[in-house]
Design a protein around this ligand. Structure first.
Ligand code: SAM
Length: 232
């Protein structure tokens, strides 16, 4: 069964099974892949410094945790490249009191970055074993403001909506209608939209007149499989 509760005070992170300082390799990744490429939000940089990225990769490839590339996490799925995690998080503009919906838990890395920056994270994954592993990982890191759901995230998670922010970490042919409906007025959604091989990373803002949208850059994500995504 999945648990969730309130975030811990910052000082308590010292009591968790977490390094107080990032490793030299993690520092180098932040400098060369994140800051040098234009990520400026200090909260995003701090969150990615704080989180031990190697803990989100299968043991046998943890040596690749700081590579400038996505990595395989099993079931044909990937943990996103560090820069893409930073870019999507910065574009989302998460605030400490926000409730955020994430579609595609994967390794739980993006989930944990968001958990550091926001009030509550609601994450949905369609592969049960990935969700179970992420749950264990996130619990072992002492993170307590994440709510986990096994299901088809192309439909969102209406039970807890509307959300201040929505992030989709798998590629959809178009933004699923349910996700737009589950966003508050003024809310922001980041999602890779396109075909199965290449997409544009889109930023949507919900306004009284509809969704405003702009493309951030070209990306390649694994497909969003589900009723309002790809068939298989
Ligand atoms: N953000 C993740 C991380 O930090 O590891 C990476 C996510 S991975 C690129 C995309 C994930 O979306 C996969 O775990 C995949 O199983 C999941 N996914 C695909 N379609 C889905 C759906 N309809 N609902 C929920 N998750 C889905």
């Amino acid at each position: 069964m999945y648990g969730s509760c309130r975030p811990l005070a910052k000082v308590q992170y010292r009591m968790m099974n977490l390094p107080i300082d990032p490793s030299a390799r993690q520092e180098k990744m932040i400098k060369q892949q994140i800051i040098a490429r234009g990520i400026r939000d200090p909260r995003v940089i701090e969150a990615m410094k704080w989180l031990p990225r190697e803990r989100f990769l299968p043991e046998e490839i943890q040596g690749h945790a700081f590579d400038d590339a996505p990595a395989q996490i099993g079931h044909g799925q990937t943990i996103s490249q560090p820069y893409i995690v930073a870019l999507m998080t910065e574009a989302l503009r998460p605030e400490p009191d926000h409730r955020v919906l994430e579609i595609g838990t994967g390794s739980g890395y993006q989930t944990s970055v968001l958990a550091r920056l926001t009030g509550e994270v609601y994450t949905v994954e369609r592969i049960k074993s990935l969700l179970d592993e992420s749950f264990e990982r996130i619990m072992s890191l002492g993170i307590r403001n994440v709510h986990f759901h096994f299901g088809d995230g192309s439909l969102g998670w209406p039970k807890h909506g509307p959300y201040d922010r929505i992030i989709v970490t798998a590629a959809a042919p178009s933004l699923p209608r349910g996700l737009a409906d589950q966003l508050v007025d003024g809310g922001v959604c980041i999602a890779p939209i396109g075909d199965r091989t290449a997409q544009q990373l889109m930023r949507y803002v919900k306004t009284p007149g509809g969704l405003e949208q702009h493309a951030i850059c070209g990306v390649r994500f694994v497909p969003l499989i589900g009723q309002d995504g790809w068939e298989s």
